[in-house]
Design a protein around this ligand. Structure first.
Ligand SMILES: [Zn+2]
Length: 214
């Protein structure tokens, strides 16, 4: 079980780089396992990673494995502890999300797909130094009622029920950030009303359910 999960983590990390959501070793990815989570190692290229390079970390930061866990294990732990529906956490510095985050901007409801992150907007977490408890707290605040957030002067973080869904969400959020950035370059964004976004969120609750019901 753990070897399959470790390999799935590596495969998703490689897919994350291939999708353009991540570059180099700046991102990190984890999956919930036992009373903690499996996470990509610190500063290692994903190409050539083997299941043994993946590190298991508990919610206090105690790790098991031959490698050092990603320096951002802190907010991964915080997300698993505060969002019981989270089984996979993805963090990266995608170009468009990071551009908006460096302007301290989140993503408003300029497009209905913003609701894919769970709410009527995607917030930008306050800045704090990477790898700190303060950053963890800022990320948790921005993720209240949401599955994705931008991070001021840093990047983006999201979580979902499993690794493929977390990657799909990251790709969608980066796409939304790209389009929003283009809109800002041309003019002002027209924002969908609160009541329309309530309607969309309601529809999203049943979206995708079809595949799972008989
Ligand atoms: Zn980062």
């Amino acid at each position: 079980m753990t070897d399959t999960l470790r390999q799935q983590l590596i495969d998703t990390a490689l897919a994350m780089n291939a999708s353009g959501v991540n570059q180099g070793t700046s991102g990190n990815l984890s999956v919930r396992y036992e009373e903690g989570f499996l996470i990509t190692p610190s500063g290692m290229d994903y190409t050539g990673l083997s299941p043994d390079d993946i590190v298991w970390v508990d919610f206090n930061g105690n790790s098991r494995g031959s490698r050092k866990p990603s320096s951002e294990w802190h907010f991964h732990a915080a997300i698993y502890q505060h969002h019981e529906e989270a089984n996979a956490v993805l963090h990266a510095h995608p170009v468009s999300c990071t551009t908006l985050a460096c302007l301290d901007k989140g993503i408003p409801a300029f497009h209905y797909m913003v609701s894919m992150a769970g709410g009527k907007d995607i917030r930008c977490a306050d800045y704090a130094t990477f790898g700190t408890r303060e950053l963890s707290e800022a990320v948790l605040t921005a993720l209240e009622g949401r599955k994705a957030c931008l991070m001021s002067h840093h990047g983006m973080t999201c979580f979902d029920k499993d690794l493929p869904r977390a990657l799909a969400l990251a790709i969608e959020v980066e796409h939304l950030a790209t389009v929003y950035g283009r809109i800002l370059a041309i003019g002002e964004a027209d924002i969908l009303s609160d009541s329309e976004m309530s309607k969309v969120l309601e529809k999203f609750k049943s979206y995708g359910v079809q595949a799972q019901t008989k």
